[in-house]
Design a protein around this ligand. Sequence first.
Ligand code: CMX
Ligand code: CO
Length: 141
Amino acid sequence: MLTRIDHIGIACHDLDATVEFYRSTYGFTDVHFEVNEEQGVREAMLKINETGDGAASYLQLIEPIRDDSPVAKWLAKNGEGVHHIAFGTDGDVQDEADGIAGKGVRVLYEAPRRGSMGSRINFLHPKDCHGVLTELVQKKS
Ligand code: CMX
Ligand code: CO
């Protein structure tokens, strides 16, 4: 089951400056930095709140580390802004993805890949989701 908004993904040109904006403007100070080579991003997960199921909600600020990464392509076309939303699952992320694929929505990866903080992730194609790139997240247990 999808139980929460796990995070909102926001694409930016300058990760450090964007983290500083969220820190100084809103006081979000719980920040985890990570590089995800496979996804082609350097990222900061800003914890926003704890949720009832023991997980948390985050803003994921993402800066491309390669010109050919999906986020670099998206930034060149759209500029900075909201790039994707991510729903958290309470069970196996691939079971969730398979169930959604059965409803005719394209799932981008055949098997889950590694996301932030040891999570398992997959994506749904934005063209099948009314224009929203949608990520599914199973947090590390
Ligand atoms: N949100 C909404 N629509 C999007 C989109 C996004 N983030 N990215 C692309 N699109 C739309 C484009 O606007 C385009 O629409 P039109 O045909 O109407 O112009 C269409 O989808 C195709 O876009 P594209 O620019 O040609 O890009 P690609 O098809 O090469 O790639 C996608 C699109 C979704 C397959 C690719 O971005 C992808 O694989 N994303 C998943 C991985 C990812 O985004 N990783 C970074 C985040 C990592 C993390 O969260 O941990
Ligand atoms: Co994400």
